[in-house]
Design a protein around this ligand. Sequence first.
Ligand code: ADP
Ligand code: 5SP
Length: 569
Amino acid sequence: MTDNGPLYLGFDLSTQQLKAIVIQSDLSIVSSAKVDFDQDFGAKYKIKKGVLVNEQEGEVFAPVALWLESLDLVLQRLQEQNTPLNCIKGISGSCQQHGSVYWSHEAEQLLGGLTADKSLVDQLAGAFSHPFAPNWQDHSTQHECDKFEETMGTAERLAQATGSAAHHRFTGTQIMRLRHKLPQMYTSTSRISLVSSFLASLFLGSIAPMDISDVCGMNLWDIPSNNWSSPLLDLASGGSPDDLRAKLGEVRQDGGGSMGNVSSYFVNKYNFSPDCGVAPFTGDNPATILALPLRPLDAIVSLGTSTTFLMSTPVYKPDPSYHFFNHPTTPGQYMFMLCYKNGGLAREKVRDVLPSSESGDVWENFNKHALETAPLDVRKEGDRAKLGLYFYLPEIVPNIKAGTWRYTCDANSGEGLEEVKEPWAKETDARAIIESQALSMRLRSQKLVTAPREGLPAQPGRVYLVGGGSLNPAITRVLGDVLGGADGVYKLDVGGNACALGGAYKAVWAFERGDGEAFDELIGKRWKEEGAIQRVDEGYKKGVFEKYGNVLGAFEKMEEEILKVAKNT
Ligand SMILES: Nc1ncnc2c1ncn2[C@@H]1O[C@H](COP(=O)(O)OP(=O)(O)O)[C@@H](O)[C@H]1O
Ligand SMILES: O=C(CO)[C@@H](O)[C@H](O)COP(=O)(O)O
């Protein structure tokens, strides 16, 4: 199975699954395992798609105990495959962003005293002041968002300081709301972790510091001054900023190196080596940009539960409509991100109103219609272009309520935008929803891309697709049509495991880097394109890309019109 060299373990604790992947120093994969929250624990925790929902208040959250049970189970599954866990030299990982875990005053003692004869869930029952972690789909914090922007003056100023305007899911607004709603819980909280530092803490047997990239998903970290924002801590804590600062703890500046050795629980129970180190864990999106050596104009589209669009850039150019994060490994470098709630689950909704096919492939019909429909459903000169918004959940950008809208416009000029009150054939929606998601990404990323070569319009170089949806050929094709990609569209061979793989690569770099050796340098030398990625679409198609360009302004106008009547409040 391995040449007995050191191994590295990467995790991905995302919305619907916990995945683990073990690799060698040369980046080859040794084994992987996963726990699917609904399949493995759905009945016990009453979760759907990994979460619980309180519709009335717009709350979405996950039971922390579910994640504890899942960690034991995924390690058991690696053991059952005879993975030599004793050869693992370092662990890192990636976790859903923004979620927060609330530790009790007993947490440090319980974490430090874990014994192998019992499970994590049994031993850590008293370690939390709150049994749930808010999930990134939560939208209960509009009041707190307003206060965050008010405190900094404008959304622009908040974005300038923290990399993002106020967002419902960002941890600062979530902490502020929970402090109001559950004051007793807040007082009994000794520390607050992000999901990434929570998972790292379990391995360390002590509460881990937050990560320099993931901390940018809180609306509390002042990126230019590299410190907690005093006015925002003051706001979120209700006038006790020092108390909140102590709860949040120090932020680790180095994305690499070791934070300490793995706790004896994992040594005694799963045969980890006592010398195995724990590197900082990061968010799933920052980890995704570590799943391959990314070049300046390259973009990644992550098609998980959420859809995200990611680029790496040396320029800090924040704007309220997108996010900037510190790069997870490289100081002075940033990650640009767009995030959509209506990603995988919205595509499933459109898929599920189509008749199911006999083959048992749940995506067959959706794909057939997405591929057979012409771009924008314009089959002949004179047909009007069809544009839609398919928001089954309140969306992030644009900040629009749940709903479905359909419009048409002149296909050549984008003029004459008009709402269509009667839905068009449901088969047409299959292509239209993918086009809609891709047009939104193209609209908002257009300022970050330039012409990759003379004679070409501004667009990404390569577009890499990762996450569950990257396995789908129709989605791949339509994304290539709309977004372009002068050097092609590629999918990672580990499609759904990209952020776990990014976590594992981060562990390799964390423990094997030479003095001052950057992540891209080390991984770039070892990464082999062959076997890691597959070209799945040619990307830029002259004529087709321009057709979408013709209606980009109309798409923006449609969003503006809908915003006027259906803004989230
Ligand atoms: N063949 C497929 N075609 C389209 N979507 C798919 C396919 N396989 C999986 N998915 C989508 O991938 C999503 C899960 O992706 P994944 O990256 O594993 O999620 P997460 O990391 O958010 O838990 C599902 O919600 C599903 O819609
Ligand atoms: O909220 C965001 C990013 O801001 C989401 O991307 C989460 O980080 C969870 O992602 P999944 O991997 O579960 O889709």
